[in-house]
Design a protein around this ligand. Structure first.
Ligand code: CA
Length: 321
């Protein structure tokens, strides 16, 4: 594999137990290899008290390792990485009774060429891209309710409260044959890719996700997304990864970032407005005010003297003939 000069991607990840669960069965990882590839992986484990945690960790680590050493094309590399993770999870589930029946979803994003990325997934962990103020879904869930929705049997609102909404139709560790869905995506400067588990999209409305994604820096956006899930009750473990394609330096906005703006407005609130004006300017302003007042006083005195002509006509507020 020859080395490629990829635009550096800004990446950040955060996983949280939520407010209801007693352990975090989500896992995530950020990977890079010496060929310049960058990869993000999110997994949401399931099965038993310990199984889910083990399955998601194995999946993330195996996919990351495989991508790190692959000499194949991106799509083939992703497929092989998912198949290796599937084999490994099945092996451990077979050898350790505490992990019997475990499985996990997985979604991976791979940057392996300039202007392009690849998304692979099984289950209901999702990938989106936030572009031009819009959130665009890059994955379609492999789940029972998503299938009912695709066939027109239920509405999105019904899917959101369906008793079988957590049932996935494909998973790593589910069965020896794994059908991995993979697609290529064009990337543009300013794009912000989002990978997440259902702990985010299951309880946070898209409009709130969009508002959080507009935040800078990236760490603030990821923190806000996790906080939103917890504000909505934190019913599940929540994991979020963001990857932003930087804009060229000349296209970067000149307005201060939110942090800088907050700092500036906080400073404004606690600083006397006078302290920002040079003393020489204050002196000049005072002198000008005195001269204007003197001129007006002289003018007013002349106009009101009994000898002045046309005084009444020049006074405002009088009816004109
Ligand atoms: Ca979950």
């Amino acid at each position: 594999m020859s080395e490629i000069a990829l635009t550096p991607v800004e990446v950040t990840s955060l996983s949280d137990i939520g407010r209801v669960r007693t352990n975090n069965q989500d896992a995530c990882g950020e990977f890079a290899n010496d060929a310049g590839w960058r990869a993000l992986v999110v997994a949401d484990g399931m099965g038993g008290h310990r199984g889910g945690e083990v399955a998601s960790r194995i999946a993330v680590d195996t996919i990351g390792q495989m991508l790190g050493t692959s000499h194949d094309a991106p799509e083939r590399s992703l497929r092989n990485a998912f198949l290796a993770a599937n084999e490994r999870v099945l092996e451990v589930a077979d050898s350790d009774p505490r992990c019997a029946g475990m499985g996990t979803t997985a979604v991976a994003l791979l940057f392996a060429a300039e202007g392009q990325a690849w998304v692979a997934h099984v289950g209901d962990s999702r990938a989106y891209v936030y572009r031009g103020g819009e959130l665009i879904a890059l994955t379609a869930d492999h789940s029972y309710v998503a299938e009912l929705q695709r066939r027109g049997f239920i509405s999105p609102a019904e899917a959101a409260v369906h008793p079988r909404r957590n049932e996935v139709l494909r998973s790593i560790g589910g069965e020896p044959y794994l059908d991995v869905e993979i697609r290529g995506v064009d990337t543009f400067p300013g794009d912000c890719f989002l990978l997440c588990t259902d702990g985010l999209w299951g309880c946070v409305p898209e409009s709130e996700m969009v508002a959080a994604l507009a935040r800078t820096p990236l760490e603030e956006a990821v923190r806000m997304l996790v906080e939103l899930a917890n504000r909505h009750g934190g019913p599940d473990n929540v994991t979020v990864q963001l990857a932003r394609i930087p804009e060229p330096a000349s296209a970067a906005p000149e307005t201060p970032t939110r942090g800088e703006a907050d700092e500036a407005s906080a400073e404004e609130a606690y600083t006397s407005p006078w302290s920002r004006i040079p003393p020489a300017a204050i002196g000049a302003s005072l002198l000008a005010a005195i001269l204007v007042a003197a001129f007006l006083w002289v003018h007013f005195a002349r106009e009101n003297s009994p000898n002045a002509h046309g005084a009444a006509a020049s006074q405002p507020g009088k009816d004109r003939p």
